[in-house]
Design a protein around this ligand. Sequence first.
Ligand code: COI
Length: 368
Amino acid sequence: MSTVTTPSSDTFRINRSDAPASVADREAALASPQFGVVFTDHMARVSWTHAAGWTDRRVERYGPLQLDPATAVLHYGQEIFEGLKAYRQPDGSVWSFRPEANAARFARSARRLALPELSAADFLGAITALVDVDRDWVPSGEETSLYLRPFMYASEPFLGVRASRQAEFLVIASPVGPYFAGGVKPVSIWVSREYHRAGAGGTGAAKCGGNYAASLLPQQEAYAKGFEQVCFLDDRTGTQLEELGGMNIVVVNADGSVVTPPVSGTILEGVTRSSILTLLAEAGHEVAERPVLLDDLRAGLADGSITEVFACGTAAVMTPIGRLASDDFDLVVGDGTAGPVTTRIRAQLTDIQYGRAADPHGWMHRLV
Ligand code: COI
């Protein structure tokens, strides 16, 4: 593991909450946390104006934001976010996984949404300062972590359609367990033919709220049919897999080779995705980033030449997909349980994240 201290975390002013959760309430929240329901006592914050740039780095009591009804984000959705986790290690220290990659993607998302770029030093400084203050909120149970949600929104009260001249950056934190309610079990996926998540030249590669807003109706329809997630196809031909509502998708063939849609501007460049592809390649799997045709996936699942499919992302880690369906097909993946490649690589990744194994790539970054 590499230890990196972030000088700018010192520059965050700490205003401790005068009403933190009681020890009993906090421990109850940490005992079996659900995803994104309970939040820690504090949040980190930096403000930006066109005239002054980024100022007022602070950690303050977690609480509601007061917004003018004309605030730009409420009207035009000028907003971006990130997701990363802080993991309790066996020696009690707290580390995160490739946070520089999230900082870099946050800057790319900011550019696409015409928001100001935040430096990696401020991004890392904010998460470090927040986790330092709320370190007792990092759970230690199996598959648990402190999910960090950095986000930025256009805060100028102005109704003209142009880039905001004010923005707020915040980080909030939530102790979490597995993203899917059933724990680490195979999930079922509905392939949407009617809706697309992104188009060429759009915001598909940016992590902005609008992409997720657009996924909610298809996601809701998938739930109503009894499925846990929706999978989107490309908007031009409707034949190629893109990604799920909030995670990337990877296909494992019977010969051990692996294929996943390329980052071509319409899908999110997942940090977990790229890490898993590295681990797969190092384990001797042939890894291809190329378009995956739905027809090939259907044929491969039907004749057994495709043995595993999994979803991956910070929240989902690696979640096996057990069933894939749409209006005209309904297929079980393998025998419907987690396959050996998914299980093995998932264990390898989480062993690195939880400090149970060496970190040869220097992916882990000490926070406190
Ligand atoms: C993540 O994996 O961190 C995500 O952002 C996906 C979802 C929870 C929005």
